[in-house]
Write a new protein. Structure first.
Length: 617
């Protein structure tokens, strides 16, 4: 191997998806790779141009564009492009231009095809762009039938049980019993030749009265109906119905990956968020509600594995959280009797923004009718708040360490008091006074007189833009949490006891983004609560420099999904999820995107300081 090819090989070994390839295959690729150079500003690829190579950035930076001229992606060292065109008729889909002086490695198209065929990891990696677009697309319907979009592979949770064709029916029954399965695959000369199910044992062994030593070859099903791992769940259902079978072997490159049964599909549907919500309202006690926590977690993992975007996941988890609150309030009223005066139970923070995840505490409050008399009525609402808040804690919504809950008398007040709270916060602000009150500017009614919550939101939207000192105080608080970037865009680790060498992706990521978006939203009188909805209003109002709002939206999605995937991976590993992200567990692709998202956040905070701090008196 020539010296330049050795250098190429060493470079590829440091970057995904090449570093995951076998050494011999990677050496072949490196030996066939060409090198080319483009000056800053020069075009690299034109739309529709014939493609004969995959492009990998050795140094420099490249921008790719949609055919309309809209920026599609910005790539740096280790990034690759032209893969989508190679996958589709070898024509350029996204034109590319050198942003800086750039050195590129060109891997021939034939080798690209070979890598896709020989490495599932490589094939999945180069297809991620389309998957990410589907995930982030605002046109994707949140209520789509997930059976139509879910892959069969998501139903597999164990390797298949396999048995040699010369084994006895007794051996088969013992193997199925030990593994707790209702089927196994029959193998001859390392090749799948049949399937044996519990129905086969009943109908072909027990019913005819055959001896238990009968070979499985005599009672197995040989007319195999199978499905590929990348096909959809609805296709599996159709196959089962069409052929009247209850078990399907799932194949990957012709080899058995697992077996799915009709019960797996039924169990899978039980993890649907609508199913979880309907289950919540059927429960008759706090203990029964707490028993649904595994279903909530399974629903969360399912949405992540189905490439739902952060807004879809946050909205679904918020709906589930509100449903727990609503059912607990129903149970509380059944136990305590009807309320003495009308009330509204509030959700605050991430639940109000519809950005709730699986690791969350509870933030809530009570608005009471102005006829509320503490001496006559407070005992009822104290008991109601206590029932709901401790019930939520039993359902994994931990008690708020800052005591922002309806159990705190300060946050259990008549409507007129709440109106005065907001007038005082906005018209006579200080950063210190607002430090623990910012959460009340993310507010939604959950139960009861929810129009009171809407009334408070409208008041906020009308008052806030008129008070620059309030906006400056909110901005000052929003700048207290900075993204984890140091010099040279490197990660800055948390160093707080047991969480060494990790970063709190909520405290240093999603929370600062939500904080600064909230300030801009209040400045334009936006009454929306969700960060993405607020950003749409901010962009429409032209409050930010051109392109900055879109950058911030994309950064929020990247940071939120990093947090979401971290929690989902912990659940799948049987671990307790948290917000402490370890960067070394991220792929190169994830690290690169997360760093760029944090840089966008850092720039957005600088602009926030510039825009509002000058208004402080």
């Amino acid at each position: 191997m020539q010296i330049e090819h050795i250098e190429i090989l060493e470079f590829l070994k440091r970057h995904s998806p090449f570093k995951e390839l076998p050494d011999d295959l990677l050496q072949q690729v490196a030996s066939a790779t060409d090198v080319c150079y483009f000056k800053a500003g020069s075009p690299i690829l034109q739309f529709g141009q014939s493609l004969d190579a995959l492009y990998v950035i050795r140094s420099g930076a490249v921008e790719t564009f949609r055919r309309t001229g809209e920026l599609y992606n910005r790539l740096s060292e280790g990034g690759l492009f032209a893969e989508q065109g190679l996958l589709r008729k070898r024509k350029v889909r996204f034109p590319a231009t050198a942003l800086e002086d750039t050195l590129l490695y060109l891997i021939p198209a034939d080798y690209f095809d070979q890598l896709c065929e020989q490495s599932d990891f490589f094939a999945d990696y180069v297809e991620i762009s389309d998957e990410e677009r589907r995930k982030n697309s605002p046109n994707r319907r949140a209520d789509a039938n997930e059976l139509m979009t879910s892959k069969v592979s998501t139903l597999i949770n164990r390797a298949p049980i396999m048995l040699d064709i010369d084994s006895s029916a007794r051996d088969a029954a013992m193997a199925m019993h030990a593994a707790g399965v209702s089927s196994l695959l029959v193998i001859a000369e390392q090749r799948m030749v049949g399937i044996l199910t519990d129905r086969d044992l009943r109908n072909r062994l027990v019913a005819p009265g055959l001896p238990f030593e009968t070979p499985v070859r005599d009672i197995m099903t040989t007319e195999l109906i199978s499905i590929s791992h990348h096909q959809f769940v609805f296709e599996a259902m159709l196959l089962m119905l069409r052929h009247n079978v209850h078990h399907l072997p799932v194949l990957q490159q012709g080899q058995p990956l697992g077996v799915i049964a009709i019960s797996d599909i039924i169990r899978y549907e039980s993890k649907n968020s609508l199913f979880v919500v309907s289950s919540i309202f059927r429960q008759q006690s706090v203990s029964e509600l707490a028993a649904l926590v595994p279903d909530v977690r399974a629903c969360f993992v399912r949405m992540v594995n189905e490439d739902a975007n952060s807004h879809m996941i946050g909205s679904a988890m918020a709906v589930i959280g509100r449903s727990f609150k609503q059912r607990l309030l129903e149970l509380a009223e059944a136990e305590l009797g009807p309320p003495p005066v009308p009330y509204c139970f509030l959700a605050l923070g991430s639940m109000a923004r519809e950005e709730q995840l699986i690791v969350t505490d509870q933030d809530n409050a009570l608005i009471l009718h102005d006829d509320f008399v503490p001496e006559q009525h407070d005992d009822y609402f104290r008991q109601l708040a206590d029932f709901v808040c401790h019930g939520l804690a039993a359902c994994s919504y931990t008690l708020c360490t800052g005591d922002i809950m309806a159990t705190n008398p300060k946050w259990r007040q008549p409507l007129r008091v709440w109106q005065q709270y907001f007038r005082d916060w906005i018209t006579a602000p200080s950063a210190e006074r607002l430090l623990h009150s910012s959460i009340f500017f993310d507010l939604a009614g959950v139960w009861g007189q929810t129009e009171w919550a809407e009334q408070l939101n409208r008041s906020m939207a009308q008052l806030a833009p008129k008070h620059p000192l309030f906006l400056a105080s909110m901005a000052r608080n929003a700048l207290q949490r900075t993204p984890p970037l140091g010099f040279f865009k490197d990660f800055v680790m948390e160093n707080d006891g047991r969480q060494n060498n990790s970063l709190n992706i909520k405290r240093r990521g999603t929370a600062p983004v939500a904080d600064l978006i909230r300030v801009h939203a209040l400045a334009i009188g936006c009454s929306e609560s969700n960060s993405f909805a607020r950003l749409r209003a901010i962009i429409k109002a032209k409050l930010l420099p051109p392109g900055r709002g879109e950058d911030l939206r994309d950064a929020l999605e990247v940071i939120a999904m990093a947090r979401i995937r971290h929690q989902a991976l912990a659940l799948e590993a049987g671990e307790e999820p948290d917000n402490q992200l370890s960067p070394e567990r991220l792929s190169d692709f994830e690290r690169r995107n997360l760093k760029e998202a944090f840089q966008v956040l850092s720039n957005a905070q600088k602009y926030l300081k510039f825009r509002y701090q000058g208004n402080r008196s």
